[in-house]
Design a protein around this ligand. Structure first.
Ligand code: ADP
Ligand code: MG
Length: 697
């Protein structure tokens, strides 16, 4: 149950005066993607990103071109338009000169009332100089000289949506702040004192009433306080999940190494040093009686699959089962086909289980998992459904591939007593590991298989497509295989982007049936067939959407063309590029872009050309996204967080981790007064799942 003190914050925005159903819908679209109705909480977490400052009050002659000014004038005369296309003009002056106020389609009755001749008025708006004459077109505010206080001198500006004007938004936020309940303080008093942080309500009020740009910075105390609230909620939730996992005691899974040896013998290569070290680290954890929670970070192509299989073999040797969860169906099947010969060489039974296994086949798989005759199962998230039971699950491998929102997945993995290994393809900086996964041990594959040649990466404007087509023809003659990635499946009315289907047609016209197509909207069997045809070499160019982003392995594909590369993030580009350079032949990656590139877009493509180091790319990605936020897309924020911004508040993460740990050591059930307050905090940031764990525990 949600703590009742929070109720006012969970009220629908339409409960506020002046917010009707129509505005309610607009707020729902803006704040909750139109899926649910917006609550006061959502409104208050929607932060301003700019401000309008009307405190610049120059004399007329000193008003700078294009500056927003508030000017005190005496009204001299009205100049009514001769026809409806001419503007209505009002002249006024101060000691330094004359100012012309211009109104298009101005209503004279209204204007005469607002600006009576001979009276003093403050007018506020943008000043523009035309032929040496200062002009203000449609002032934002006109107020009598003795009523300056009725004009907001500083106004926060919010990201808006159709149907919500700035004035309406500001008014709604003000009414929401008025009914903000007095919440118990959940933060530690000493931290508040040390950081000089205001209370939660005070911080929200301050952030919606900025006085200057510094108040809008993520570094200001109000924002830091709120970000810390969110980070602490996240760390508490993750720590609770972890504590829960540790409570259901693990087992020491110790094998004799026989099956691992059989696999090593069957592998056509030697492990890299990093692979051998990671396997040893993971196996050592599995041999301990505590439950393992470890992350395997390895750049694309670093060979995570072999590590996972060897550890799975370790689990089987010890008399247990292993489950390997892949993010997509395509990938699950690919794992199955690459692992099957190795598993068989080691005498293990391996099966695949996804949403596609139906009817009797599914029943049989479920029965064999439950009786323990399946040693290793590879699957999608279907594996974590309630009705899937294992005889003796020893190891759960989650091939996360940088998908966030893992709290629930962790909680699910925590069900039995299995050791958990999370594999991420994008090397994640330490702060982000903490933020999204909580504290866990990390093994790194920081060394690529030795036979790898660097991938030659180039950028090319789409205008030079003809040239590229000619080169593709030559590549096909040489017997090369190429991926051709497009951002969309079909053409869209909104976006001027070449879709996979359109590109497929164009390429087929030229190269015939050597061109294949896979995308997420195909039926699973069609997708498999498309992948298989490319793998076997029946097709030589595979047009695809980002379904191939994660993990697809066709070692003799040596070319990847990424169309509209400017639309992809760095991490994604890096993932995509990792589809080539997997064999012993030189590979190339061509980033096709549509000119002109934005600054960030250009920076991204440059980094891609400069480096193949996944760690460096991950860092640059974070930095560039930070810059993107400064450039005004700040509301997009860090994935999974509403208020915290990793590049600004990342340094609070360790503090939140320690805070959460220390607190839960003393009050694991959140029963003390601060514990009660922290329950409210968990709800506030949508971590109710963790509160449920408390009870279930
Ligand atoms: P990822 O880490 O991206 O999942 P994979 O496990 O798919 O990487 O491995 C990429 C390719 O490298 C596969 O074709 C795999 O067989 C091969 N590979 C893995 N380890 C080695 C190694 N030690 N030496 C040579 N090739 C390897
Ligand atoms: Mg992989």
């Amino acid at each position: 149950m949600r703590p009742p003190v929070l109720n006012p914050l969970y009220a629908d925005v339409t409960t506020l005066n002046g917010v009707g159903p129509k505005l309610g819908t607009a707020y729902s679209n803006l704040l909750r993607q139109g899926r649910e109705s917006a609550r006061l909480l959502d409104l208050l977490f929607h932060l301003p990103d700019r401000l309008i400052d009307r405190r610049n009050m120059p004399e007329i002659a000193r008003a700078a071109e294009s500056a927003l000014c508030t000017i005190l004038i005496r009204v001299d005369r009205h100049e009514k338009p001769g026809n409806s296309r001419q503007p209505y003009k009002v002249m006024g002056h101060d000691e330094t000169g004359e100012l012309v106020l211009t109104f298009f389609r101005g209503q004279s009755a209204w204007l005469e009332k607002q600006l009576p001749v001979g009276e003093m008025r403050y007018v506020s708006g943008k000043v523009e100089w035309f032929n040496g004459r200062p002009t203000m077109v449609h002032p934002d505010y006109i107020v009598p000289a003795d009523a300056l206080e009725t004009m907001p001198l500083v106004e926060p500006v919010y990201p808006l949506t159709a149907g919500v004007s700035l004035k309406i938004m500001a008014r709604t936020v003000r009414s929401a702040l008025d009914v903000l309940p007095d919440l118990p303080e959940w933060q530690d008093a000493s931290i508040l004192a040390r950081e000089k942080w205001p209370g939660f309500g005070e911080a929200l009020t301050a952030i919606h009433n900025p006085q200057d740009m510094a108040d809008l910075s993520p570094e200001c105390v109000a924002w830091r306080r709120l970000a810390y609230d969110e980070l602490l909620a996240g760390q508490l939730a993750l720590t609770l999940v972890r504590a829960r996992m540790k409570r259901s005691a693990g087992k020491a899974w110790r094998g004799d190494g026989g099956r691992r040896k059989a696999i090593l013998d069957a592998l056509p290569f030697d492990l890299t040093g990093a692979q051998a070290r990671s396997v040893a680290e993971i196996i050592a954890d599995m041999e301990k009686p505590e439950r393992m929670l470890r992350m395997l970070q390895g750049d694309v192509g670093s060979g995570k699959t072999a590590v996972a299989l060897l550890c799975a073999a370790g689990a089987v040797e010890a008399g247990g089962q292993a489950a390997i969860m892949a993010p997509t169906e395509v990938l699950a099947r690919q794992h199955l086909s690459s692992m099957t010969p190795l598993a068989e060489a080691a005498g293990m039974r391996i099966e695949v289980f996804t949403g596609r296994e139906k009817g009797a086949v599914r029943e049989k798989l479920l029965a064999d998992l439950a009786s323990g005759t399946i040693d290793i199962v590879v699957g999608t998230h279907a594996l974590f459904q309630a009705n899937v039971e294992f005889a003796n699950l020893a190891l759960a491998v989650v091939d996360e591939q940088h998908r966030f929102g893992v709290h629930q997945r962790l909680a699910l993995a925590a069900k039995g007593s299995a050791d958990v290994l999370i594999m991420t393809a994008t090397p994640i900086p330490r702060t982000l590991v903490l933020a999204y996964f909580g504290d866990m041990e990390v093994s790194k594959l920081d060394e690529k298989p030795a036979n790898r040649l660097p991938i030659q990466t180039n950028a090319l404007p789409i205008a030079r497509l003809d040239e590229l087509m000619a080169r593709m023809g030559q590549a096909l003659k040489r017997g090369d295989k190429a991926y051709w990635v497009c951002p969309l499946v079909e053409d869209s009315d909104e976006l001027d982007v070449t879709s996979a289907e359109t590109r497929f047609k164009a390429l087929s016209d030229r190269f015939g049936d050597r061109v294949g197509l896979v995308h997420g909207r195909l039926k699973p069997a069609e997708k498999d067939a498309g992948m298989a045809a490319f793998k076997e070499g029946k097709t030589r160019i595979l047009v695809a959407t980002t379904v191939i982003e994660v993990g697809v392995d066709v070692p003799d594909a040596t070319i990847i063309i990424i169309e509209h590369a400017e639309r992809f993030g760095l991490a994604q580009l890096h993932q995509l590029r990792g589809r080539v350079g997997r064999g012993d032949k030189a590979s190339s990656c061509l980033l096709l872009y549509k000119a002109p590139l934005s600054e960030t877009g250009e920076a991204r493509l440059n980094i891609m050309r400069e480096t193949q180091d996944g760690f460096r790319i991950a860092e640059e990605d974070l930095r560039l996204r930070g810059e993107g936020e400064i450039l005004g897309t700040r509301q997009s924020g860090s994935p999974g967080f509403r208020l915290a911004r990793m590049e600004s508040h990342g340094n609070l993460m360790e503090m939140a981790r320690d805070d959460a740990r220390l607190f839960l050591q003393n009050d694991p059930e959140l029963k003390s007064p601060r514990g009660e307050a922290l329950r409210a905090l968990l709800y506030l940031f949508g971590k109710d799942e963790a509160v449920k764990l408390l009870r279930a525990g």
